[in-house]
Each structure stands twice: as structure tokens, then as C-alpha cells.
Design a protein around this ligand. Sequence first.
Ligand code: TXA
Ligand code: MG
Length: 328
Amino acid sequence: MKTKTYAPTPTNLRRLAAALQRGALVAIPTETVYGLAAHALDVRACESIFKAKGRPTQDPLIVHVLDLAHAELLAEFNDTARKLVRQFWPGPLTLVLPKQPCVPGIVTANRHTVAIRSPAHPLTRRLLRLAGVPLAAPSANLFGYISPTSAAHVLDGLGGKIPHILDGGSCRVGVESTILDLTNPAQPRILRPGSITATQLEKSLGLKIHEGARSRRKTTANKGLIAPGLLAQHYSPRTPLEIKPNWSTLPPNVGGIFLRKPPGRITPGTYWLSQRGALTEMARQLYEVLRAADHGNHNHLWIQALPADSGGLTAAINDRLRRAAAKR
Ligand code: TXA
Ligand code: MG
């Protein structure tokens, strides 16, 4: 299959919206990472997402919608969920709620819940408006590999496997949305940390937010069932990655990724996530730098993690680092 990358012209957006309505896959830019989108109510289209990514069908998809009115057609909202939507949508907050009957089992891995969010990226919002259908979209990478934050990243992993990529430039946030389980609104639980933090959610709701869903690959009770969003190993470069507090010299064949640009002379094989140590910049650059280091011909990669009390995006960044470095 030939993969075509489209500039975001009005004609191309109309063409891609029509392709989505027909059941074709389109890689779309969002403010977090690129998504691999399909018509969420079209079972065949959703099946082709799993095929293109090599993703197990037990791992459910996030559905992207324009607004709360469209979301309520797909999920059963409660007042807590509505309150968060008013404050954080459109944006990087995914809510897990009881699903409406119209959502196909392929999207939810036959769960009774659906994960739903309204993306903020203006191009994808235009596409949602033109297509007039909800879009199921996981990150547009091969299953388990580093998520894509540019059209070039998508092409690198899925070139030849998908027909269309909408080029919306680099993603502003750079790490995936915060996933909040609100099936029990009295006990909201963060399933995946993102740029919207537990503190922000607690402040908005005046409720304690439970964090850190248990990380387990499989449960014996549900053999073969992947606990969604909780894979211990994920977002991984092909080069083995290890978290190190610090180092002064790099052994040969090791690439070293610093959180911020180290002072002094830069030796070959040295990478950094940010110039001055800003968390937003670290998150934005994380996957780009991991990919560059993975392509750098090293036998091993070292990376620094953030001190736990660095605030803001710390939980999201460290979560991705831990999973990227987890033993396979
Ligand atoms: O920022 C994002 O969320 C990006 C952009 C494209 O929107 N999407 C994304 O999708 O990261 P994906 O598929 O790579 O990660 C979605 C996670 C998966 O780990 C999945 O298991 C979890 O959401 N998930 C989906 N439906 C769920 C459900 N009903 N209950 C619990 N977890 C769910
Ligand atoms: Mg993903």
C-alpha cells in the first residue's frame, strides 16, 4: 500500500473526511501525539487499526469527538464527568465511562466502558466536523514502539501499512492524554498520567484522585486479558534503555539522554530533552529524542528520570520513561 502525506489544505481535509466516512484509516495530528483514526461505529474500519498497528484486540481504543453533546451519544455521563469536560475539553483528558449500546465491541475490547476525549488540535477538530462521525484512534505507532509526535514519525512506523497521513506539524504537548476512570464518580482513578495532573483534577472536583493503577501484564483470573493502559513495557526504543541518575562519561556504544543540556563540551552520543529544564519542553521533545537516540547506532541507551517532586508533568514523563525502560 502506498502511504500519502497530505498538507492541511481545505481540499485535502474534505478528501480525508470522506475517506474516514468510507471506513479508511487516516493518521491525524492531535495536541498530544498523532492518532490512527477510523470511523468509530464502523467495525471493519476499527479492525483495520489493530491490523496496521499490530495491536492486540484486547487493548481498547479511545474515541475522539467534537464536544460533550457528541460524547453523550457514546457514553453515559455523570455530573463529575460533565464538570471536568467543562473545564478541560477540548484537551488532553480522556474519560472512561459506561458505554452506550451503539459503541461496537471492537472499540472497547468488549468492555462495558468506553474511553472518550475531545482533542484540541484545530485540524483534527475540522476533520471531525467535516466527517461528522466519532473517530476511534490509538497512537499512530507500531504496537509497543515510541509514540509519534510528527507526520514523519507516523510514516517511519506505518508507511506502507496505511493510506493517509494528515500533516499537522509537531504535537504541542508530546505525551498522551491523562486517562481518568470515572465509572465510579465518587472514586475517580487515573489510569494513565498526562499533562492534566492529579492536582488539577482534585482542585476542580474537590475530591481525592486515586493514582497509579496497578501495573500488571496479565491477570490469572482473565488469562490473556491485558489490563488496559497498564502494560509494564511500552513506548520502547529497540535499543535497550536504562534509567540512570547521572553519569560523567559515556562508555563507547552507549547513548546518553539528559533531561537538560549538560554544561561544557558535548561528546558524541549525548542527547537532551530540553535546553533549560522546562517540563513542557521535556514532554514535547521526549519521543522525538528517544527516536533520534534509537536511530543513533548505540548498543544501549541511558536516560535520566525526574526527581519525583518536580511537579506538573513529572508523573507523565517518568511513567513513559519507566515503561520505555522496562525489561522485555
Ligand atoms: O493522547 C492520547 O490519548 C492519544 C491521542 C491519539 O488521542 N491516544 C492514545 O491512544 O494514546 P492509545 O490507544 O495509544 O492509548 C489508549 C489507552 C490504552 O492503553 C487503552 O488500554 C486505554 O487507553 N483504554 C481505552 N479504552 C479503555 C477503557 N474502556 N478502559 C480503560 N482503559 C482504556
Ligand atoms: Mg499508544
